[in-house]
Design a protein around this ligand. Structure first.
Ligand SMILES: [Zn+2]
Length: 422
């Protein structure tokens, strides 16, 4: 019950229909009195841009108000391109996709961005992104100056959690942890149906939880952080070592093929350094650099002797392909990632008692090769009363989770405006 009179409600509804924000979709059933008129959010009333700024890619999605994807653009980047060039690539990418948007009554309603670091969400300032090596970047102001619409910036794992909660595997779940496992590892923690932000808004940096005090140095400056064992970087490091040791014959063969193709095809379409999953188009990576990699690659007769050149072509999707073709060493590599993922997850389950853990980003797309081992490890290490029945599932939105989450950021604020809340 809204507490509003029928007259007030119907004048509010009239306003929403006039603004094209909702539409009538017929009449419902009622035991007594008039049949209710069913309303639905009008997806075609406007468009929203969701952006996933990764460490080696930028994914930009154009969606309608029901988060249906209208267009998608993926750019390859490298942290050493520097902050200015990467931001310019993002701004140009957004401008391109907005130009392609269909005409709608309300036009572009906003831009939501997920970024790999700590964000002061009140002002949309990226305070620290260890893997990009950025500090104090006023992203919201930069985007607002260019596009003149509301802009929302948040940590990519929080944003991915929101995307999965609204439109993916987290729908209807009140207690869940979304783990974004890519180059780094971050968490979006949903408790009682709400994103948990902590005292200063930075909660969820679980990738920097120490699991080995003497482990490898992490991008944050600490040693032995969880993400140095369970992330995409850790997986690629193990895969490279396996190839160098002369194991992983199938993976090595796939790498050689990739290398040869790179030497003969138009290198401007190469996506070296990307996750390899669903790369639509390369853009921001310098074509000259890629041509250079391809040249070195084409002349490398012995992979084990020239891993520096070919390692640029190693990707998690290639490791998954090797697993599917029966490469036992590649399978061991992903099981090891799953094992470390499960070790951390057991601790999370003990701490937060969630119903589900949703694994997003690159490692989430490795499927059973990683997730089965993670589940086994969680069951073995977690307290039995807590881990019983807990599910570990891949992100339903796949590699779109964070960008769709960006769309959700805009929607959640837009839909909570007082004029359309009743
Ligand atoms: Zn760290």
């Amino acid at each position: 019950m809204s507490g509003l009179t029928r007259g007030t409600v119907s004048s509010l509804v009239d306003e929403l229909i006039r603004d094209s924000l909702v539409k009538e979709i017929g009449t419902g059933t009622s035991a007594m009195g008039r049949k209710p008129i069913m309303l639905q959010l009008n997806g075609g009333a406007g468009v929203i841009v969701g952006v996933d700024l990764g460490v080696n890619y930028i994914l930009i999605i154009l969606a309608d108000l029901r988060a249906q994807v209208l267009a998608r653009k993926r750019l390859s980047i490298r942290p050493d391109m520097g902050e200015k060039r990467i931001i310019e690539a993002m701004l140009d990418g957004i401008a391109d996709i907005v130009v392609s948007a269909p005409a709608t009554p309300r036009g572009l309603l906003g831009v939501g961005v997920g970024v790999p670091g700590l964000v002061e969400t009140g002002h949309g300032v990226l305070k620290f992104a260890p893997n990009l090596r950025w500090k104090n970047v006023p992203l919201r102001d930069i985007l607002q100056d260019r596009f003149d619409v509301p802009v929302y910036v948040d940590n990519e794992a929080n944003v991915g959690a929101l995307g999965e909660k609204w439109f993916g595997a987290g729908q209807g779940i009140r207690h869940m942890v979304y783990l974004s496992v890519g180059i780094g590892l971050g968490a979006g923690i949903v408790l009682n149906g709400e994103l948990y932000r902590g005292a200063t808004g930075y909660a969820g940096e679980l990738g920097h939880f120490t699991i080995d005090p003497d482990g490898p140095v992490c991008g944050c400056g600490n040693r032995g952080c969880w993400e140095t064992f369970a992330s995409e970087l850790a997986t690629l490091r193990r895969a490279r070592e396996a190839v160098e040791r002369g194991e992983a014959a199938i993976l090595r063969e796939l790498l050689e093929t990739k290398c040869r193709q790179a030497g003969t095809r138009d290198t401007s379409a190469a996506t070296a350094g990307d996750s390899g999953f669903g790369a639509d188009s390369a853009g921001a990576t310098g074509a000259e650099d890629e041509a250079d990699i391809a040249r070195q690659c084409a002349t490398a007769n012995d992979i084990s002797g020239d891993m520096g050149a070919v390692s640029a072509w190693l990707s998690v999707s290639l490791v998954v392909e090797a697993c599917e073709r029966g490469d036992p060493a590649a399978q061991r590599v992903l099981r090891e990632t799953g094992r470390y993922l499960g070790i951390g997850i057991a601790g999370l389950v003990n701490a937060f008692n969630p119903e589900v853990l949703i694994i997003g980003n690159t490692i989430g797309q490795c499927g059973r090769w990683v997730l089965d081992e993670a589940a086994k490890e969680m069951q073995a290490r977690g307290l039995s009363q807590l881990v019983r029945g807990v599910r570990i599932v891949p992100a339903m939105l796949g590699s779109d989770a964070c960008a769709i989450g960006g769309v959700s950021l805009v929607l959640s604020d837009f839909l909570s405006l007082p004029r359309i809340t009743f």
